[in-house]
Design a protein around this ligand. Structure first.
Ligand code: HEM
Length: 219
């Protein structure tokens, strides 16, 4: 029996460790003392007593062990403890999972711009020195004059009191030409702000400003 235990627990009892190189001799001694039946029933040592595997797996001191041997493996994902979010669902630190798809603001639809008409291309065109106004000086534009400029090749609009020539910007507008043409020939401030109040129109269209919107002269 002792030999059987030793075959499974080579470090038990401790003095066996010192005798490890002579383990076969010890086993032999036991066999001699045991009965015939005992010898037949004895389970074969696995791994075998002098195997490299057994020697490697029984380091004598902690410093000889590798990190992997000293640390238990991490738990499986399913066995992990509940996350902070699960334990504190009402905490402001928790990120609430949502099954709802992101809501797209109504009426906002970006179009695919033709090659060479990205926002960067517009910025490059603005700073190229090309005339985007189509007028020699800034004008005072009345609503009736503004109304005359409502066609694709000559489209003006007024935003926040400033009048812009939309025609050069049409193919660059991320919302598409059709949407932009809705404000051609009229004051587009309301629709512009409804659609994208965050867009800096002053900056976007500074190069194509034609003047200021003024009231009709009183007769
Ligand atoms: C008049 C001057 C206008 C300028 C300078 C302008 C400029 C822009 C810019 C820079 C964007 C991109 C915004 C972003 O990526 O967040 C945009 C998007 C858009 N614009 Fe305009 N826009 C103008 C007028 C209008 C008007 C009058 C409409 C008409 C309804 C309109 C409809 C849209 C739409 C639908 C988008 C797509 C928004 C999106 O889904 O991101 N825009 N516009």
């Amino acid at each position: 029996m002792t030999s059987y235990l030793r075959s499974w627990f080579p470090s038990f009892p401790t003095e066996i460790k010192e005798e490890q190189p002579k383990i076969e001799i010890t086993e032999q001694a036991d066999d001699d003392s045991g009965s015939e039946t005992e010898r037949e029933d004895a389970a074969p040592a696995f791994p075998s007593l002098n195997s490299a595997q057994r020697v490697k797996s029984t380091p004598t001191t902690a410093s000889q062990r590798t990190d992997a041997e000293l640390m238990p493996p991490p738990p499986l994902p399913s066995a992990r403890t509940p996350s902070f979010r699960m334990m504190h669902p009402s905490s402001s630190l928790s990120v609430q999972a949502t099954t709802k798809p992101p809501v797209k603001p109504k009426g906002r639809n970006k179009v695919a711009l033709a090659p060479g008409h990205s926002p960067l291309d517009w910025a490059a065109l603005k700073s190229s020195g090309v005339d985007l106004r189509g007028v020699p000086t800034l004008l005072r534009v009345t609503p009736s004059v503004l109304k005359q400029h409502r066609h694709r090749d000559d489209a003006w609009t007024a935003i926040n009191g400033k009048v812009y020539n939309l025609t050069p910007y049409l193919p660059f507008h991320p919302g598409g030409e059709k949407e932009l043409m809705r404000v051609a020939g009229r004051d587009g401030t309301k629709l512009f702000l409804l659609t994208h109040s965050w867009v800096n129109v002053d900056f976007m269209l500074d190069g194509s400003m034609v003047g200021f919107l003024v009231p009709e002269p009183s007769s």
